[in-house]
Design a binder for this molecule. Sequence first.
Ligand code: HEC
Length: 144
Amino acid sequence: MRRLTIALALAGLGVAAPAVAADDGATVFKRCAACHLGDGAGVPGAFPPLKANAQSLAATAAGRRYMALAVIRGLSGPITVGGKAFRSTMPAQAGLNDAQVAAVLNHVVRGTAARAFTPKEIAGYRAGGAALNSAAVARLRPGK
Ligand code: HEC
């Protein structure tokens, strides 16, 4: 009986492993929504919309790298999004691991035909972009 109780307790811990909840893209997106709003529509002149360009950005390797590094390294334009100039700064979203960055970007591109981001893919961008500052990330944006 005691053994069964321990087994059940361990199984319970497994279900409640912290990574499961933290990797949920909608949960991570709450911190993005402070600026980009809950639906990702953004605020004209201040925070660019995420949804409108997500599919085209995520369609190329360069665009996928740019999206990931905007989150990991931060972003400081000028950039042009939907024909509008943005000259603001997005702080690096510190504390997100590769799985969480993948999850939140998958939340951004949900409902589009974009290929899913994987933690392994994010790890590659993170390693390759370690020396980039937020202005250098802005220059990576394809389709000016
Ligand atoms: C403190 C405000 C703030 C937060 C929080 C924030 N962003 Fe941003 N984000 C910005 C700003 C400002 C820009 C545009 C920067 C510029 O003007 O150069 C931007 C740009 C972007 C872009 C580039 C869009 C494009 O079309 O080029 C992406 C992608 C992005 N953010 C994703 C995210 C994600 C995902 C999160 C959450 C993990 C997030 N942002 C959190 C302010 C924020």
